[in-house]
Structure formats: structure tokens, C-alpha cells
Design a protein around this ligand. Structure first.
Ligand SMILES: Cc1cc2nc3c(=O)[nH]c(=O)nc-3n(C[C@H](O)[C@H](O)[C@H](O)COP(=O)(O)O)c2cc1C
Length: 331
């Protein structure tokens, strides 16, 4: 059994990665239903939150059905991060996660996200104070290092563990790599193999098939896998991986009925959460992935992504169901 603080998880848990503009409550709910053992929110700006910015505040919405859920925050200013902890606690998450991995210029230029990998002492100090501020388990998500020449993840993880974090998720790329090249899981395994490490070490980066998840578990010996892009448009990925773990076989491809049902529920949950207009608008980006590979799909996709009213989108789903009921997916 794997534990994050007092939270008990199954062996080799699968975690839904925090993803800006993706891992909102409707998407998290779908992934949870399909087997994600822990879900994380999109990253929340500490500077936005202490100024009560609507976009940041909305990201604190969490629901009972998705527990255990972690709220992820980013920032580099001690006072703001500590105030953020107090605000985040009111939403009653199960975990508070600190983002020390975001590579985006706007974030790193302020010393936040992966920017802090240039100042390990500040990273440690900030984490220590945040851990002291809350009774909730604090976890960290980070990258291997700033660049290839400054990979000190074994030391970093140990120092963060020693100031009290309860788990660490490591994306197997440096900041300099952004999303290029392949994720390297060897340095993550080195963190796990450090005999002083006793908290769970979760691997992240490029787990896009059940086989790769098995490799992370068996060849790299990690405690669990954090999954990002493979779940976009495919919340079933968690179930597919778990089935493969159990049987060594692939689940049958997801049917058109299941895809339409997921798209429908995704849209409905989005509308329930943020209203008709935003719900319709912000769910658009998911449809292409749900229906990837269907030939001559363009007119249906256009209707889904250009209609302003949910009724028209729901009608498009009905039409898809009727038109493609015999389509055999290969994935
Ligand atoms: C659209 C998108 C948004 C992301 N937003 C965040 C974020 O808010 N916080 C974070 O820690 N990582 C974020 N990431 C990084 C992912 O959590 C993950 O580390 C990365 O995608 C590698 O994992 P994967 O190969 O399974 O996708 C984001 C990635 C994507 C593709």
C-alpha cells in the first residue's frame, strides 16, 4: 500500500496530473470514475489568489466525489504562499501540492514553477514554512532540474522530504527541455533508490500506453505514475492501465456510445459548474480527442466547436451516435 500522509492508496496508484485548462472539476470527475486514484487541480496562482482574482478562486472548487484531491499552487514569494495555504485550506482539499515544475517563461521569470530549481535553498525554505503552516499533507511536483548540467534531483528530493513533504512527483525532463525529447525516468529511479527516501516517489512524463506504465512500475521501481496528456480525450486511460496491470491484456477499444456519453456528461457537468455560456465554450477543446480517428468527422466537429448553445452541441452528439454507430475504433 502507498500512503500520502494518512491517505491510503492502492499499490502503484495512478494520479491525474495537474493540467491548466484541462483538469477542471468535470474532467477530474470523469478521470476519477475511470480509475484515477488521486486527482489534482489546475495550478492556482498564489498572487492571484491573495488578490481574490476570479479565475484563481474558481480553481478552488472541489467536490466530494473526486476525493482524494490535491489543490496545486504556484508562487515564489514566502508571504503570498503562506497566505495562500490559509485560503486553500478553506476549500478542504486532501492534499496541497506545490508546483516547482512549470516551465512557462511568465512563471519562471518570477522565480516560481521550475524557476525555483535555480535556488534550491529558497525551494527548501519555502517548502519547510508551507509544511509548518498546515496540517494537510503537502506534496511537490517538479522536474529533474533546470537544465542538463544542473540535475540534482536526488539531493533536492531528499531535502524536501526532510522538511516534511509527504510525496514527490517528478516529471522526467528539465526546464530547458520544456516538452521536447523523451522523458528520462532513470534520474527518477535514482531518487527512489536513495536509501534515505521513505516518501512515495511518483514518476511522470510520457506514460501513454499501459505497457509504459508497467515499465515504470517494474523496471524503474517507482511508487506510482502521474498521467497527463494521455488522459486528455481519454479519461478511460486509467481503467485501461489498471486492466492491463491485472490481466496483461488490453481492454477492448472504447465504443462510440461510451465516447458520446463521456462528451455529453463532460458538457453537462461544465454547464452545471460554470453556466451555459462558459460551459459550452470551455468544453470545446476536448471533443477532437474524444472522437479522434473517425473519418469524415469534420462537419460534426465544426458543429460541436462553433455552436453557442448546448442544445446544438447535444444534437451533434445524437447525430454522431446515429451516423457512426458501426464505426470500429482501434484505440
Ligand atoms: C495542457 C497542459 C497543462 C499543464 N498544466 C500544468 C499545471 O497546471 N501544473 C503542473 O504541475 N503541470 C502542468 N502540466 C504538466 C503535466 O502535469 C505533466 O507534468 C506533463 O504533461 C508530463 O506528463 P505527460 O507526459 O503524462 O503529459 C501541464 C501539461 C499540459 C499538457
Amino acid at each position: 500500500m502507498v500512503k500520502i500522509g494518512h491517505i491510503e492508496l492502492p499499490d502503484f496508484p495512478l494520479l491525474l496530473a495537474p493540467m491548466e485548462d484541462v483538469s477542471d472539476p468535470p474532467f477530474r470527475a470523469l478521470c476519477k470514475e475511470q480509475g484515477a486514484d488521486v486527482v489534482y487541480t489546475e495550478f492556482v496562482s498564489s498572487e492571484g489568489l491573495i488578490r481574490n482574482a476570479a479565475k484563481s478562486v474558481m480553481k478552488l472548487d472541489i467536490y466530494e466525489k473526486e476525493r482524494p484531491v490535491g489543490i496545486q499552487i504556484f508562487g515564489a514569494n514566502m508571504e503570498s504562499m503562506l497566505q495562500t495555504i490559509d485560503i486553500v485550506e478553506k476549500s478542504n482539499p486532501d492534499i496541497i501540492d506545490i508546483n516547482f515544475g512549470c516551465p512557462v517563461k511568465k512563471v519562471v521569470s518570477k522565480g516560481a514553477g521550475a524557476g525555483i530549481l535555480k535556488d534550491i535553498c529558497l525551494m527548501e525554505e519555502l517548502t519547510a514554512e508551507m509544511v509548518k503552516r498546515t496540517n494537510l499533507p503537502v506534496t511537490v511536483k517538479t522536474r529533474l532540474g533546470w537544465d542538463h548540467d544542473s540535475i540534482k534531483i536526488v539531493e533536492v528530493a531528499e531535502r524536501l522530504q526532510d522538511v516534511g513533504i509527504k510525496a514527490i512527483s517528478i516529471h522526467g525532463r528539465t526546464r530547458a527541455q520544456m516538452y521536447k525529447g523523451n522523458a528520462d525516468w532513470k534520474p527518477i529511479a535514482a531518487v527512489k533508490n536513495n536509501p534515505r527516501m521513505h516518501i512515495p516517489v511518483f514518476g511522470n512524463g510520457d506514460i501513454n500506453t499501459p505497457e509504459r506504465a508497467v515499465e515504470m512500475r517494474d523496471s524503474y521501481g517507482l511508487d506510482g505514475a502521474m498521467i497527463g496528456r494521455a488522459s486528455i480525450g481519454n479519461p478511460w486511460f486509467f481503467k485501461q492501465v489498471k486492466h492491463y496491470f491485472k490481466t496483461g491484456e488490453h481492454l477492448a477499444p472504447i465504443t462510440i456510445e461510451e465516447r458520446v456519453e463521456a462528451a455529453r456528461r463532460h458538457l453537462q457537468m461544465s454547464i452545471d459548474w460554470k453556466g451555459e455560456k462558459l460551459g459550452v465554450f470551455e468544453t470545446r477543446r476536448h471533443y477532437t480527442n474524444y472522437f479522434k480517428g473517425i473519418p469524415d468527422f469534420k462537419p460534426y466537429r465544426m458543429k460541436m466547436v462553433t455552436s453557442d448553445h448546448s442544445k446544438d452541441v447535444f444534437d451533434a452528439f445524437d447525430e454522431v451516435l446515429e451516423k457512426f454507430s458501426n464505426y470500429q475504433f482501434t484505440h
